[in-house]
Design a protein around this ligand. Sequence first.
Ligand SMILES: [Zn+2]
Ligand SMILES: [Zn+2]
Length: 464
Amino acid sequence: MEVQSLGGVGEVTGSRHLVRSGRARVLLDCGMHQGGDTVSRLRREALRVKPQRLDAVVLSHAHLDHSGALPLLVNRGFRGPIWCTPATRNLLAIMLDDAANLYFRDLEQVNLRRRRAGEKPWEPEYEQADVLAVLEQCQVLDYHRETEIADGLHLNFLDAGHILGSAIVELHERRGGPSRTLVFSGDLGKSDSVLMRDPEVPARADLVLMESTYGNRDHRSLTDTVEELAGILDQARRERGNLIMPAFAVGRTQELLFHLGCLYHAGRLKNWQVFLDSPMAIEVTALYSQWLDALDEEDQRLLAHYRARTLEQFLPPLRLCATVEESMQINRIDQGAIVIAGSGMCNGGRVRHHLKHRLWQERNHIVFSGFQAAGTLGRQLVEGAERVRMFGHQFAVRAQIHTLGGFSAHAGQSQLLAWAGAIDGGPHFRLVHGEETALAVLREALVEKGIAAEVAVRDERVQC
Ligand SMILES: [Zn+2]
Ligand SMILES: [Zn+2]
């Protein structure tokens, strides 16, 4: 068996690895690169693999940096199965549809400008029909149900505990002789996070492709982070203010709702109204509620204790704002509103409207709970900008800006090291899905523990 990393090398986006075994060819993940606008990004996105030559795709989880290029792959002729867990397929339907809508809307605007400038409009890189085809080609497989997916290649999923449906991929090559095992970690969840179970550990492996997002550091503890959030709420109540929480629709939002639910039941959310102002996050939250059985047992028991059959019921002051009218009504509330709205980095979505209304008042608090990429409005705010530009106007930043460090959906360094050390068979590690420093520091830490590890090199073929 041989692995070639085509993307997700020296970077956290664009995850894509090609496995060759005999005549079988399997692609692990088919992610999009992020950064820049959707339209030019898709024009730049090269698949770097012949779709017709692939026997199958195996998808670790639904995040777009792992799944976003699937419509492109299908558009270019891939007709084989896309293996994923049942919950990943459900999530994928929501995420690919949302991404496609944004893409078609942006492309229309770009083409309007191009036509006005007397230039030829750009053809779409994929169509809505390709998104539907991706979902039809999905072949679902539960955790721990090993199955043969190509000649001599057997697939097994383990729970990665990162987002709903996320999987660690085990590929076993069984073809006479001793079997060989390739493990692809996908994105590994944080062991003390809420809702998600702890990442499972594969029994043995010969080669492991391991994510390294936080390879260079540990996160702040979850308890400290929740206390910090409670402290911000107390301060905001004294100041008669509001909280704006820019949040990612998948995973982070559901965890925040759960934490707010815990604060509510502890009597620490008195007189607050919580608004979930994002149609996509509302849809994803409903999906999490449908899949409660697959989530952390302790958290399931807590929900049951408060007779909550869904995440939404666990937080009684929660109001879901699906329509634009409902979203605009939040502006009439003078104090005591917690508004959770996308996008997580404030580079689009409804959160910008709430910032427009609240950013210039000192009594309001903007609470970030995720990574803010360079070039985004979120990054400017986190870095202490005094004025920002939105909707063609300048806004003074008077509201208080906070960053909560402990709500990550990724394992920190100590946890990655423990996970790697627990796999039998003396596997070699190839480090992927991380930025330069994280990769280098994690490699050194692994080698120090006597574990063979290299930073993956793009396109290099590695034997398993
Ligand atoms: Zn992910
Ligand atoms: Zn990822």
